[in-house]
Design a protein. Structure first.
Lengths: 196, 437
């Protein structure tokens, strides 16, 4: 376990939900008999708007949920998807657990690192890409598996990495590969444009 | 016995609609018999009788512990006030990937199962806790829920029966331990996912301090079929009355055809690998199999081929392992057992929630020692230290993550002791570390 310290931001840093995000949070809060249940969804909304969870985001949520920012911080540090540092525009999460390791995740990681010019745990200077080694993604039948932002890419190969990265660099939409293909499209993805 | 089961391998229950591209949509689901089960029982069958039907079917939990589903429901006290169902879709046990596909490919089946469970127990609010990484399954379930609300299958006065039930999705944020039912409840309440001390069990004090049923996605997905075809039909599939129905075996690793296989409970592991998964990849020899997710003690090739261990709850328990989550990880002769154990130990170290010192320290020690042995820097004392850690990590913590880690490395060390010793004696990995961490 690594110990993160509460990130003190410069005093001038401010964060407030955009009105439409705040409205979305209010709709989420209504799902639960106890408001606190919406804290994790709220942190994700804060992360989405701000790019990462800063102390200002935590303070804003502490005010909304009427708890201390340290209480919010305790929750933030528990969950791997809540980030206190900015990620790349495209965040590559490579499964590193046993099934994926057996099926060649090490070679896949090398291909990703070489193609993107950064190591696992790093974010490229232009902010376009970042890489993270993660634990089991729950797609072991399609090992080795990577997740790029929301989408899974099963049975990934170094050749696929080349195609995916080239397309992303050109600003093209890259659809997921494997069981995710059957899901309704992500918000903001125009189905008509879906063409690898 | 194999004669009887052989006749049943074509029987698909929860994955019956997987080949149907329209199944995730409400029209496709309705066209294939969907929502018939709730039409049949809501307002017509006494809720207590629904619980009896599920008890008679012998359905056991498909999440890991294999606890009888109907019995779990009957622990909910018959009192006034809110009760909850929390659906465990926090699939994270390494080697397991069935709930993801059940939510993606047949989300309405899950929703119908939830309504049946809620009706039986008298629950009016259900939360589907979906692991955070499962964005696409989350969208599939949200989409299906919106459709089901639109047709009156969920919500107020369902199908005019007078029974009301709301279902919500709740996305996790990345933590294996939230798959433990009380960790899940804490997480649903917006806190760190620290498992709770039991008793009280969730059936008495669960989410928001209220009686709560926690059921796995696959378990609930079986319910519409049990209602439609009857408990006797379900109990007739599987090896005996304690191991009924099918399981979604999630096969990964060194087989020709990794993937999801729904098969009757009671086939042998050899049959699953050779007859259904196309045998070993490239004709290599089998070395080891983890039969029920990372926490299930590893089995040797001898246990698979000579002892012919069956893949049901009781046979695996008798063999000192467990059916767990149905995650079958197959490893061939090229795999280094020290490295496999090391990889899993690093997982437990990372995922330990940290509230019990035995687990927090123990997982770290195990990961450290196994990493040292794999790197060729092990010392003979390491074997003694591992044995001592093994004893201390069992039965001493709030939840079983610590026990799971001990069961995992304990079995690797016991069954492949010579490989560990060879690493220590030669000062290197004899397999050349096939998958550098």
């Amino acid at each position: 376990m690594s110990v993160d310290r509460f990130p003190h931001s410069p005093k001038e840093e401010k964060f407030k939900f955009e009105p439409e995000v705040r409205a979305e949070l209010d709709r989420i809060i209504e799902k639960y008999p106890v408001k606190r249940s919406a804290l994790i969804p709220a942190l994700k909304l804060g992360q989405k708007q701000n790019g990462f969870i800063s102390s200002a985001v935590m303070q804003h949520l502490a005010d909304i949920f009427e708890i201390s920012s340290m209480e919010v911080w305790g929750v933030v540090t528990f969950y791997s998807m809540l980030k206190t540092h900015p990620l790349g525009e495209f965040h590559f999460q490579l499964c590193n657990n046993l099934s994926c390791a057996l099926m060649g995740s090490a070679a896949l990681l090398k291909a990703i690192e070489t193609r993107l010019g950064i190591k696992a745990g790093e974010r490229r200077e232009d902010g376009k890409f970042s890489i993270e080694k993660v634990e089991c993604l729950g797609a072991c039948g399609g090992a080795p598996c990577i997740q790029i932002n929301e989408d899974y890419f099963e049975r990934a190969t170094p050749e696929m990495i080349e195609d995916i990265v080239s397309a992303l660099e050109k600003g093209e939409y890259v659809p997921p590969v494997g069981a995710d293909e059957v899901a309704p499209p992500r918000a903001g993805v125009e189905v008509g444009k879906v063409e690898g | 016995m194999t004669q009887r089961l052989d006749a049943l391998v074509e029987e698909k229950i929860v994955s019956a609609r997987f080949g149907n591209a329209e199944a995730p949509n409400i029209t496709g689901y309705e066209a294939s018999g969907g929502y018939e089960a709730i039409r049949k029982i809501l307002g017509k069958t006494d809720p207590k009788d629904v619980t009896e039907i599920v008890k008679t079917s012998g359905l056991r939990g498909r999440g890991g512990a294999g606890f009888p589903c109907g019995l779990k429901w009957s622990f909910i006290p018959d009192i006034e006030g809110p009760k909850y169902l929390t659906v465990n879709g926090d699939e994270g046990e390494p080697g397991t990937f069935k709930d993801r596909e059940l939510m993606l490919r047949d989300p309405h089946q899950l929703i119908e199962g939830i309504i049946i469970a809620c009706y039986a127990v008298g629950i009016e609010k259900a939360y589907i806790y979906i692991r955070g990484e499962f964005a696409a399954p989350g969208r599939a379930v949200d989409n299906a829920l919106a459709e089901a609300y639109g047709r009156g299958y969920v919500g107020q006065n369902i199908l005019g029966s007078g029974f009301s039930c709301d279902i919500y999705t709740h996305m996790g944020a990345g933590a294996y331990i939230c798959g433990e039912e009380t960790g899940l409840i804490e997480s649903l309440e917006g806190k760190r996912g620290h498992p709770r001390l039991k008793p009280p069990f969730p059936a008495v004090v669960g989410v928001y301090g209220c009686p709560t049923v926690v059921n796995n996605v696959e378990t609930l997905s079986n319910l519409p079929h049990i209602i439609n075809k009857g408990p006797e039909w379900f109990a007739g599939i599987g090896i005996d009355e304690r191991n009924t129905g099918t399981r979604m075996y999630c096969v990964s690793g060194h087989v020709e055809k990794p993937g999801l296989y729904e098969l009757p409970l009671g086939l042998t592991l050899e049959e699953v690998i050779n007859e259904h998964c196309g045998g070993m990849r490239g004709g290599k020899a089998l070395k080891a199999v983890i039969p029920g997710g990372a926490s299930a003690p590893v089995l040797t090739a001898k246990e698979v081929f000579e002892d012919k261990i069956r893949m049901d709850f009781d046979a695996l328990a008798q063999a000192g392992s467990m059916g767990g989550s149905g995650g079958v990880i197959v490893m061939d002769e090229t795999t280094c057992m020290v490295q496999a154990a090391q990889r899993l130990a690093l997982f437990y170290e990372y995922e330990s929630c940290g509230q019990c010192s035995v687990c927090r320290e123990g997982t770290g020690w195990v990961a450290g020692i196994l990493s040292r042995i794999e790197a060729g820097r092990g010392v003979p004392d390491d074997m003694t230290t591992l044995a001592s850690i093994d004893i201390n990590m069992r039965g001493n913590t709030i939840c079983v993550l610590s026990d799971a880690c001990a069961m995992m490395f304990g079995a690797f060390v016991k069954k492949f002791k010579s490989e560990f010793e060879a690493h220590i004696e030669s000062g290197r990995c004899p397999h050349g570390s096939p998958f550098p961490a």
